[in-house]
Unconditional design. Structure first.
Length: 559
């Protein structure tokens, strides 16, 4: 009989995940660990079973915008896919947002929640996008202490009851762009005591949401982010019709195609100011901090899914007389991918830990400054890592990885959004500079890396820890020196400096975890990941080259 290749399969995505389980064993008190394990195991079972199978069945379906009802009424209804319908319910019932607000386990609740996110995300076709924004909206309303809006929306945003629960959008991007939000053209006017918005929102993800936080410029305000105000909007009127807005079309995107992303026209959309009538960009930053943390966790979980499938495939795929999983060159290549993923995992969850401590008031001022810097670093670094790992995952499958109905190409396409939305690598590198300019955060990061990096007791693990410390100091030294030279040099080197700091922290976290795993689990794999990560190099500092402008913009450069 002709040869047919077995497809890769997944087991329970909690039980099979050494990295997640080992991290939870170290970072949670045993009683918390025991308490949350059943829910994680349950979701891990669904993620590797029913949901994974449904994703395959639902693979070629995409959301659809129905603009009109049969009688000519404008309805702008979005029909979502089967996976999304299942995910909506499941996310609520399993508390994928709610767990963070129930705070059953104090500061550890964020770890509980993000462990759920990590298991949920790869099997639910980017339904994590509306959930991330929902979490961000709840956090932002609570931060600004707007009692009426908190009463109205937060119980729904954090509900476990699918019949009551809301999701939120985050409408920031306009035709003027997604990065320089201060250019927003949406105008806010007050009419008879009611604020209304007029404008175009150009890239609004998850247009299924019940509410949104968005920015508009109150009449008479000045330019830039300070002239904008943060508004709360409900997307549907009482009768279910669009609330002073139209969905013009859905975006035709490279990836995340299950996620309905729309162009909207706001024409008198009723809106409520969340906090004052200016400083909108600053006011929405609590939302950005949350969605950027989700992004980092999603990058780690995306890598983990790709590697789980590729690992299983390598055990099944026989070539040149043996399974791929026995081939030295394959193993050497794969170990490098695993190390990058493990570094990303620990970096993302360090941001999560700090966030949890901040929310329970357990963070010192130094810890708060650390969190401010670690959030953009984790987002930008994991976004690059996922884009290094995913093409290699596709390559493990060779030709099969290039064929749509294996489900593998989608992994790569969907990953490409992660270094883009919520701030590109460069925008976040500049945000890291902004955080450091506020003072104290770089010093807090260096102390953290020093404490973690010195955990390695001997040999290559100790050397890896020393490299984390010295690379982070080199980055700090470069930044101090560049600041004296010029703002242009600092800006040009920002990505190198941010990646060096982020990778140094990732390595230091790997070293600390590797040592712990040797001592408590008698397992050398986490330490091997640290050593391998160190071999990849953490120092990404690059002195800006005076020739770069001519080279990049193809201008004359006298020889
Ligand atoms: C699975 C994952 C799911 C993720 C879901 C994603 C859903 C997709 C939805 C979207 O993609 S929404 C679009 C996301 N857009 C962005 O992330 C915007 C990217 N651009 C930036 O982040 C820019 O840096 C920024 C818009 C903030 C620059 O604007 P400005 O007006 O030039 O900012 P400026 O003047 O530097 O800062 C204004 C104030 O905010 C300052 O405070 P002060 O007024 O007190 O001086 C800043 O310190 C403060 N600020 C800025 N960024 C901050 C911040 N504060 C805390 N954290 C930050 N990150």
């Amino acid at each position: 009989m002709a040869f047919i290749q077995d497809a890769p399969t997944l087991g329970n995505q909690f039980h099979d995940d050494r990295v997640l389980r080992s991290y939870l064993a170290r970072s949670l008190p045993p009683d918390v660990s025991r308490a949350i394990e059943p829910e994680l195991a349950d979701l891990g079972g669904l993620a590797g079973g029913e949901l994974f199978d449904l994703q395959q069945v639902d693979r070629s379906n995409e959301p659809r915008l129905v603009q009109w009802d049969p009688w000519g009424r404008r309805i702008d209804r979005i029909e979502v896919t089967a996976v999304w319908k299942r995910a909506q319910r499941l996310a609520c019932e399993r508390g994928v947002v709610a767990a963070a607000y129930e705070k059953k386990y104090g500061a550890y609740s964020r770890i509980q929640q993000m462990a759920l996110v990590y298991l949920f995300d790869p099997s639910t076709d980017t339904y994590s996008c509306p959930l991330a924004m929902t979490d961000g909206a709840a956090k932002t309303l609570l931060t600004h202490k707007n009692a009426a809006l908190i009463d109205r929306a937060v119980p729904r945003l954090t509900s476990r009851d699918p019949s009551r629960a809301w999701t939120s959008g985050q409408w920031m991007t306009e035709r003027t762009g997604g990065s320089d939000v201060g250019l927003s053209e949406t105008v806010a006017k007050q009419e008879g005591g009611q604020w209304r918005l007029w404008g175009t929102k150009w890239f609004t993800s998850a247009i299924t949401s019940d509410m949104a936080l968005t920015l508009g410029r109150p009449d008479g305000n000045g330019k830039g982010g300070r002239g904008l105000a943060l508004f709360y909007v409900e997307t549907r009127a009482q009768d279910g019709t669009p609330n002073g807005l139209t969905v013009d079309r859905l975006k035709e995107k490279l990836g995340t195609r299950k996620l309905p992303t729309a162009e909207l026209t706001l024409s008198g959309t009723p809106a409520i100011p969340v906090v004052g009538l200016a400083h909108g960009v600053k006011s929405i930053t609590p939302m950005l901090a949350i969605t950027r943390t989700w992004n980092a966790v999603a990058a780690a979980s995306g890598m983990r899914r790709g590697l789980a499938l590729a690992r299983d495939f390598a055990r099944r795929r026989v070539a040149f007389g043996a399974p791929l999983s026995k081939k030295p060159l394959h193993l050497e290549t794969f170990a490098g991918l695993e190390a990058e993923y493990e570094g990303a995992f620990h970096l993302a969850f360090r941001a999560v830990e700090l966030l949890g401590q901040e929310e329970t008031g357990e963070l010192s001022p130094e810890g708060a400054r650390l969190l401010r810097l670690v959030t953009p670093l984790a987002k930008l670094c994991t976004g690059r890592q996922v884009m290094a790992v995913m093409p290699e995952v596709v390559e493990v499958f060779a030709g099969a990885g290039y064929v749509e109905d294996t489900g593998v190409p989608r992994l790569l396409r969907d990953a490409q959004v992660l270094p883009i939305w919520e701030g590109t690598t460069n925008v976040l590198s500049l945000d890291a500079l902004r955080a450091m300019a506020e003072g104290g955060s770089l010093e807090a990061l260096l102390s953290e890396i020093e404490a973690l990096g010195s955990a390695g007791r001997s040999g290559a693990l100790a050397a890896a820890g020393r490299e984390a410390v010295s690379a982070s100091r080199r980055a700090a030294g470069w930044l101090a020196e560049a600041r004296h030279r010029s703002p242009e040099i600092t800006e040009a080197g920002a990505r190198g400096a941010a990646l060096t700091l982020a990778r140094s922290l990732a390595l230091a976290l790997l070293v600390r975890h590797g040592q712990w795993s040797i001592e408590h689990e008698r397992d050398g794999r986490a330490a091997a990941a640290a050593v391998r990560f160190a071999h990849h190099g953490v120092d990404r500092l690059a002195e800006p080259d005076p020739a770069s402008a001519a080279l990049a913009d193809d201008q004359p450069l006298p020889a």
